[in-house]
Design a protein around this ligand. Structure first.
Ligand code: B12
Length: 249
């Protein structure tokens, strides 16, 4: 049985971690002790303060190094889905050409009130993100980026008109659970229109993860740091897998 996992600083399992925080106390000897005490109450031992700098007149910013006894049991994460390594753009194009034999239609938007375009653009636009080209650049994707603040009804209408294989819904703002409401509205509409079995439904945004996406009835959720190739690979594999099932049926 695998050993529980602890943080690694200098030697394996030493539990050393570094964290930063700000306290509403002026920088100075009392502020420094307040920072150490705070770190101790968080459960750290062998505390060393690497930085205790004023952040304005009444606040102190701390960087603290210390030992944590906390360990994580990987066995408890058995239900978490590991995604296989993503294919490159050329590999995805070749895979789709070979196994699907047609272009994949994708419709994406920042849905509802969300005005943040950068995330959905990063995945879909030609230039892509972090050196990874977006879906528009793939030969085998027909990508339609509808932009931001697109009503769920319009996303569904476009998806129907274009016979979309996949819908990409971006949600960046999570205040008052607005993302949950907007993603739920979209999935409800798709189900009401009888489209759910026909489209892959993918949610994304910095606070979105696989667990939340699945709970809301989506096929996948992609969070911070997602590359276009991750999304392209998921869509390609899933569509080919579904086609295999259809052919067998
Ligand atoms: C730029 C920005 C804006 C710009 C947006 C301009 C634009 N055209 O997009 C403007 C000024 C308009 C703006 C407005 C607001 N913003 Co703003 N904004 C930001 C900021 C600084 C950067 C966001 C960004 O571009 N990130 C870069 C992209 C590449 O990252 P990403 O979105 O995470 O996308 C990646 C992944 O998440 C994923 N992904 C994202 N979407 C999707 C979709 C799919 C399908 C997939 C597969 C993957 C995927 O892939 C991407 C690439 O890896 C963030 C703070 C921050 N540093 O993150 C705040 C932030 C997102 N904004 C915030 C807020 C609160 C607002 C406002 C509500 C402020 C206000 N009170 O008016 C408004 C919202 C207006 C609205 N109706 O939505 C908060 C959100 C807090 C929360 N969780 O609710 C943040 C976090 C700032 C903060 N710390 O408070 N904002």
């Amino acid at each position: 049985m695998p050993e529980p996992v602890k943080a690694y600083g200098d030697t394996r399992d030493d539990g050393m971690i570094q964290l930063s925080f700000t306290l509403p106390v002026p920088a100075g000897p009392k502020g420094l002790e307040a920072g150490k005490l705070y770190a101790a109450k968080l459960g750290l031992a062998d505390i060393r303060v690497a930085c205790a700098k004023p952040a304005g007149a009444r606040f102190t910013f701390f960087v603290v190094y210390g030992r944590s006894a906390v360990a994580v049991d990987l066995e408890s994460l058995a239900g978490v889905v590991e995604r296989p390594v993503s294919m490159s753009r050329t590999q995805v194009d070749a895979y789709l050409t070979r196994h699907l034999g047609r272009r994949v239609v994708v419709v994406g938007a920042a849905v509802g009130s969300d005005a943040h375009t950068v995330g959905i653009d990063a995945v879909m636009n030609m230039k892509g993100y972090a050196g990874d080209y977006g879906l528009e650049r793939y030969d085998m994707f027909d990508a339609h980026n509808l932009g931001a603040q697109v009503a769920a009804e319009d996303v569904v209408r476009q998806a129907q008109q274009l016979h979309a294989d996949a819908i990409l819904a971006s949600q960046v703002v999570t205040q008052k659970n607005i993302h949950v409401m907007q993603l739920t509205k979209l999935v409800d509409l798709i189900e009401a229109e009888g489209l759910r079995e026909r489209v892959l439904l993918i949610a994304g945004g910095p606070m979105i993860d696989e667990k939340l996406a699945q709970e809301l009835g989506y096929d996948a959720g992609f969070g911070r740091g997602t590359l276009p190739r991750d999304v392209a690979t998921f869509i390609a594999r899933k569509l080919v897998e579904r086609r295999g099932v259809d052919n067998e049926a």
